[in-house]
Design a protein around this ligand. Structure first.
Ligand SMILES: Cc1ncc(COP(=O)(O)O)c(C=O)c1O
Length: 390
C-alpha cells in the first residue's frame, strides 16, 4: 500500500520550489553592458531579500568569448525577420546598408563568419588559377583551413610581414608574377588590420593601394578587428576602409555579437560574393535575429573598445611588475607575455584561480574584451601573482 512519507513530502516541496518559486524570484542581474558579471542572484521571500554571487571565470583566451548582453538579446528577440535568401529580411538589409555606409562602400553582404567573408572576397576577386599575395602569418593564409586553395583554386603567395604587422611591400612587388603561361596570375593583395592587435597606419594602407594600382591588383582587407584600429587611430572606420576594394569586418570579436561578419565592396563585387556565399552554404533564412545582434553591437559597442585598450594597458603594466612574467607587447586589446621557462601547470593553475588563458609553451596571448572589466584585470593580476609566487 502507498504510504506518503517524509521523502515524498520533501520531493513535493522541492518540485514546488523549482516550478513556482524559483522562476519568479531568482533573477540574474545584468550589470551595465556586461552579460557576464559573475551571476549576481537575488531571492526575495516576503520582506527579506537574499543576494549572493556565483564566482565566474575571467576568460582571456580571445575576444570571441564574450556573451551577448541582455540588451543585445532583447534586440534579437524583437527583430523583424523574413527569408533573407529571397532578400526579404529587413533587419539583414538594414545591417548590410548601414555597414556599407559606415565603411564607405556601395554594397555589403552579411555572412556567418570572418572565414566565410574572406573566402567569399577572395573567390569574388580571383578566378581559378589566380594567385593572391598574403602575409606569411596572416589569418586568411594560416588559420582558415587553406580554403582559398582548397575551395577557390586560388594559389596563396606568402609575403613576409614586418614587425609593424604590415606586409613587406618590396617583397610583395618582387613576388608578382610576369604575364607568362608558366605562372599563376597575381590578382589580389591582401592585408590584415589589426594583426596580432597591431594597428597598421593609414600611410602603409595607402602604400599598399599604390602597389595594387601599379600592377592592376585588387586590394582586400581582413578587417576582423578594423574597429579596434579605428578606435586606436582615432580615425572613423571609413578612413581605414577607404584604400581597399573590399573589406571584411567581424561583429563577433571585440564588438561582442554572437555570430557574423560583413563583407563590403562595390555592388558588382558583392553580387559575385553573394553567389559564392550561396555555394558555400552560407545563405540563411530568417537571419535577422543575428543581424539585429550585429547592428546592436555596432551601435553600442564600437566606441567602448577604447575601454578594452585601456584595460589591456593596465593588464600589461601590472603583468610587467610580476616576478616571473616578461611582457612582450601590448597591442590594442591584446597582451603578449612569456615566462622564462615552460610552466606546464600555468593554464590549470590560473583556471583554478578563476582566470582562463591559453599557453603555448611559455607564451600566452591574453585578450581583453566586453566581458572583462577593470576590476577583473585587478583579479587577473592577483591570480597570476599568486600562481607564480605563493
Ligand atoms: C584576423 C582574423 N581574421 C579572420 C578571422 C576569422 O573569423 P571567424 O572565426 O569568424 O571565422 C579571425 C578569427 O579569429 C581573425 O582573428
Amino acid at each position: 500500500m502507498f504510504r506518503p512519507g517524509v521523502s515524498t513530502f520533501l520531493n513535493y516541496l522541492v518540485a514546488e520550489f523549482f516550478t513556482k518559486v524559483y522562476p519568479f524570484n531568482f533573477r540574474p542581474d545584468s550589470g551595465g553592458h556586461r552579460a557576464n558579471n559573475g551571476g549576481v542572484h537575488r531571492f526575495r521571500l516576503g520582506l527579506c531579500s537574499f543576494t549572493w554571487q556565483i564566482k565566474r571565470v575571467i576568460d582571456l583566451r580571445s575576444d570571441t568569448v564574450s556573451k551577448p548582453t541582455p540588451a543585445m538579446r532583447r534586440a534579437m528577440a524583437t527583430a523583424e525577420v523574413g527569408d533573407d535568401v529571397f532578400g526579404d529580411d529587413p533587419t539583414v538589409r538594414d545591417l548590410e546598408s548601414h555597414t556599407a555606409e559606415l565603411l564607405g562602400k556601395e554594397a555589403a553582404v552579411f555572412v556567418s563568419s570572418g572565414t566565410q567573408s574572406n573566402l567569399c572576397a577572395l573567390m569574388a576577386h580571383c578566378q581559378r588559377g589566380d594567385e593572391y599575395l598574403v602575409g606569411d602569418h596572416a589569418h586568411t593564409y594560416m588559420f582558415e583551413g587553406g580554403g582559398a586553395a582548397v575551395l577557390g583554386s586560388i594559389q596563396p603567395q606568402t609575403v613576409s610581414m614586418l614587425d609593424s604587422g604590415m606586409l613587406d611591400l618590396d617583397a610583395a612587388e618582387a613576388a608578382i608574377k610576369p604575364d607568362d603561361a608558366h605562372f599563376a596570375r597575381t590578382r589580389l593583395l591582401c592585408l590584415e588590420n589589426t594583426t596580432d592587435g597591431k594597428v597598421i597606419g593609414l600611410e602603409d594602407l595607402e602604400a599598399g593601394r599604390e602597389l595594387a594600382d601599379r600592377h592592376n591588383l585588387g586590394y582586400h582587407l581582413d578587417g576582423a578587428r578594423l574597429w579596434n584600429a579605428s578606435v586606436a587611430l582615432g580615425v572613423p572606420p571609413v578612413g581605414i576602409a577607404a584604400p581597399f576594394d573590399s573589406v571584411s569586418v567581424c561583429l563577433s570579436k571585440g564588438l561582442g555579437a554572437p555570430v557574423g561578419s560583413v563583407l563590403v565592396g562595390s555592388a558588382s563585387l558583392i553580387d559575385e560574393a553573394r553567389k559564392w556565399r550561396k555555394m558555400l552554404g552560407g545563405a540563411m533564412r530568417q537571419v535577422g535575429l543575428l543581424a539585429a545582434a550585429g547592428r546592436h553591437a555596432i551601435d553600442h559597442h564600437l566606441e567602448r573598445l577604447a575601454e578594452d585598450h585601456e584595460n589591456a594597458q593596465l593588464l600589461a603594466e601590472g603583468l610587467a611588475q610580476i616576478d616571473g612574467i616578461e611582457l612582450e607587447a601590448q597591442n590594442t586589446n591584446m597582451v603578449f607575455v612569456r615566462t622564462p621557462q615552460k610552466m606546464p601547470e600555468m593554464e590549470q593553475g590560473l583556471l583554478r584561480r578563476g582566470v582562463q588563458t591559453r599557453w603555448s609553451g611559455n607564451h600566452s596571448r591574453m585578450v581583453v574584451h566586453l566581458d572583462v572589466s577593470e576590476t577583473d584585470v585587478k583579479s587577473v593580476l592577483a591570480a597570476v601573482s599568486s600562481e607564480l609566487n605563493d
